[in-house]
Design a protein around this ligand. Structure first.
Ligand code: ATP
Length: 239
């Protein structure tokens, strides 16, 4: 199996310009690799830098040091830490999806439109995009009468499931997913993990941040624990 992602000595510090350029440590010196069709779970205490790590891989944040080598289909091996914005945008459209902990509400756009727009953007016909979107909405138990409603009014768990569908409907090569089961009951958690397992089986590699280790264990092949004292490096545990 080929490696799809190599994170090497990655660190992120934040500089707070409003507070006399105070430095805040996001995370320090993280290294791990991920093979195709493999899933890694990122765990660690609150504030240890899990979300910041995902955002550095997705390049929402620019890492302070280190590299993130992604074995891209389009560009070949590319360092996401230093790639141009143009290339990052192409990769986000074609190969890498990210699911944040929070749903970004788009005013007056219905649930089915939000989900199917990801396929329309990639050239699918409207009818087919709506059909595929409806299958995902059904699988993750979004009630049919909400499909044409605006998600601003949805419950936290419904918004979270929509967020997940939006990212996985395009079957990315690399999925970065932050706390996918956080506000879900056990039944919905299992459905989300089932869907992610299917995606992985079809070829997607996954980096997931978890507090819910029971759900995580069903999905991942290995776990990376960001240690409490983040300056001491980190360890990779196989489970
Ligand atoms: N945009 C930012 N500006 C300044 N500091 C930030 C920013 N984003 C994160 N941090 C800081 O980086 C550290 C790590 O935050 P992060 O959200 O990555 O932790 P986490 O492990 O995901 O926490 P949790 O489990 O509570 O979600 C925190 O001290 C946080 O204050």
């Amino acid at each position: 199996m080929e490696s799809i992602l190599e994170v090497k000595n990655l660190s992120k510090h934040f500089v707070l310009h409003m507070l006399q350029k105070k430095k805040i440590k996001g995370f320090e010196n993280i290294s791990f690799s991920l093979k195709e069709k493999e899933a890694i779970g990122i765990i660690g205490k609150s504030g240890s830098g899990k979300s910041s790590l995902l955002k550095c891989i997705y390049r929402t944040y620019i890492p302070t040091s280190g590299s993130v080598i992604f074995n891209s289909k389009i560009f070949g091996p590319i360092d996401l830490a230093s790639a141009s914005e143009d290339k990052i945008l192409v990769l986000r459209n074609k190969e890498i999806s990210y699911v944040s902990q929070f749903f970004k509400v788009i005013p007056r756009v219905s649930a089915i439109e939000i989900v199917s727009s990801e396929l329309l953007k990639r050239g699918k016909k409207k009818e087919e995009a709506y059909y595929i979107a409806s299958q995902y909405l059904e699988r993750l138990d979004i009630p049919k009468d909400l499909w044409d409603a605006y998600p601003a009014t949805f419950s936290g768990g419904q918004q979270q499931r929509l967020n997940i569908i939006k990212a996985i409907i395009v079957k990315p090569r690399l999925l970065l997913i932050d706390e996918p089961t956080a506000s879900l009951d056990r039944y919905s958690k299992n459905k989300v993990i089932d869907l992610l397992l299917e995606l992985k089986d079809e070829g997607t590699s996954i980096v997931g941040v978890f507090h819910d280790t029971d759900s995580m264990k069903r999905l991942v092949d290995k776990v990376y624990k960001i240690p409490e004292h983040i300056c001491e490096g980190a360890e990779v545990l196989n489970i």
